[in-house]
Design a binder for this molecule. Structure first.
Ligand code: NAD
Length: 479
């Protein structure tokens, strides 16, 4: 389905234009449906919405979340198509699936379990209170999906949010937020629980980072924004970059490993931060794994083709006076067929992943490429494979994967990597409950350590103590 960008722009403009005429029945910001040009106004509106949400029950929060879930699931095709048309990266079917998955599987108010300590000296209850307004930065790789997951988590915890989306995904961000707020307002009479900056810039991000009424921030993105958040002076939940390595040892089920590497490494054309980015394989099974990859539908490039692709798909930039290799923008999230063409090879457009043998010094190994080309590096033994995996994960402590049936090797790699997610014998997404156990979020907090974020990530613990009463067990002699 082709969605006209100008239509989205005009809807956003219309909402902004209507502001002047919006009835100021409940607040000066009611009627904005969360869409703001001015970051200060967005924070004020989110603060007002927070105060209104604080007067409501947990059942009301659940109703808000159910509305967001329903829209994400029911309108996934339209919104996913908008995201694809605007960002021009990834794969349409996965854009659609991501919205459905986040709508269905993001944890909600059920995560807010209180803890109770009861004993001879009475009762202490630990409950989870909101922070207030949360400032969010979201990536172009998953613009509306990240906002959807963040909104469900944060509102479940009783918070409201102001989002500075990536400029490359700002239209779908605004349109999704408008739809969520519209439906929430109709059902509960509260507007602006989710606010979004219609024209996001580094300046608007900076205002949000330092605004007095923003209680905490949650950023999802690469190294620059992770650093900016850590330097903001506010409590920050940082879902930072990764470069997930895969190790395949001599005990692995090679056909299963190949299928998993293709499934995870090609999902949304490798835009997932948890996606398989480079593979270290024990020499004795290297050639068999390469054949298994071809049997499973991936297409192998030869070394001349890999060289051609590397020259155009990885570029050199200067960051703070230092030269750095990065993925070239024109190739991030593009189809395998587009990469293959740049390598000088014509392949079927249905092919999900291309791959090939490189040494560890090929830039595709150290660079978080976010493209469906995966380099395979031959290693003498599993120790060398784990050592290289650790080195090229760069200490992000994000995600690592092993295919093995040797529990000692799994244990050794798990200990060595020390990553937030460690997957054994599955594709990366199994660690987020997609084919494995657990729950999902698209903000996986790595340097700040909260892991896969949940409503509890966005709450403060509060303790309520009653001394010497209401513990109804036993018969203390002097009561
Ligand atoms: P990006 O770093 O280019 O942008 C992310 C967001 O940060 C955007 O909104 C951008 O406008 C903003 N930004 C960048 N520099 C900033 C600064 N100095 N101050 C304030 N805001 C700034 O990343 P991207 O291409 O949009 O997304 C891909 C990156 O995000 C990858 O590195 C990927 O690993 C990471 N990511 C991590 C997770 C996770 O859960 N850990 C999830 C998704 C993506």
């Amino acid at each position: 389905m082709q969605i006209d960008e100008s239509l989205i722009r005009s809807v956003v403009a219309q909402v902004l234009a209507e502001v002047g005429q919006a009835p100021a029945a409940t607040s000066g910001f009611t009627g904005r449906r969360g869409i703001f040009d001015c970051a200060h106004e967005a924070v004020h509106a989110a603060r007002e919405a927070f105060e209104r949400l604080s007067e409501r029950t947990i059942a009301d929060r659940k109703q808000v979340i159910d509305i967001i879930r329903q829209i994400a699931m029911d309108q996934k095709v339209e919104l996913g198509t908008m995201e694809m048309n605007e960002t021009q990266i990834g794969r349409l079917s996965h854009k659609i699936e991501k919205l459905e998955t986040l709508g269905k599987m993001t944890p909600g108010v059920e995560f807010l379990e209180s803890k109770v300590y009861s004993g001879d000296h009475g009762l202490a209850i630990i409950e989870h209170a909101p922070f207030g307004v949360i400032g969010c930065i979201t990536p172009v790789t998953h613009s509306l999906p990240t906002i959807t997951g963040n909104a469900i988590n944060m509102i479940a915890g009783g918070n409201t949010l102001v989002v500075n989306p990536h400029p490359g995904g700002k239209l779908v961000a605004a349109e999704g937020v408008r739809r969520y707020n519209e439906a929430i307002f109709r059902a509960l009479g509260i507007d602006n629980l989710i606010c979004v900056i219609a024209e996001p810039t580094l300046e608007t991000a900076d205002i949000i980072f330092h605004h007095r009424d923003v209680a905490m921030i949650c950023v999802t993105g690469g190294p620059a924004v992770a650093r900016a958040a850590l330097n903001s002076g506010k409590k920050a939940v940082v879902a930072g970059p990764g470069n997930p390595p895969v190790v395949v040892d001599e005990t692995a089920d090679l056909d299963r490993a190949a299928r998993c590497i293709i499934q995870g490494g090609s999902y949304d054309n490798n835009l997932l931060c948890i996606a398989e980015k480079e593979v270290f394989v024990v020499n004795s099974v290297f050639d068999d794994l390469m054949k298994a990859m071809e049997r499973a539908g991936a297409v192998r490039l030869n070394s001349a083709e890999i060289d051609r692709l590397t020259r155009v798909a990885i570029s050199e930039v200067e960051v703070n006076g230092k030269k750095k290799l990065v993925a070239a923008k024109d190739f991030i999230g593009k189809d395998a067929a587009v990469l293959a063409k740049a390598a000088g090879k014509t392949i079927n457009s249905q092919v999900e992943l291309i791959f090939g043998e490189t040494d560890e010094h090929n830039p595709f190994v150290p660079v978080e490429q976010m493209m469906p080309f995966i380099p395979f590096v031959r290693c003498h033994d599993v120790n060398e494979a784990i050592e290289k995996a650790k080195f090229y994960e760069h200490g992000f402590r994000h995600t690592a994967i092993i295919h093995s049936n040797n529990v000692r090797n799994m244990t050794r790699m798990g200990r060595a990597m020390d990553t937030t997610l460690f997957v054994k014998n599955g594709p990366c997404m199994a660690s987020l409950g997609l084919g494995g156990e657990g729950y999902i979020s698209f903000s996986i907090a790595t340097p700040t350590g909260e892991g896969v974020t949940t409503p509890l990530t966005f709450t403060r613990e509060r303790r309520c103590s009653l001394i010497d009463d209401l513990c109804i067990l036993g018969h203390p002699s002097k009561s």
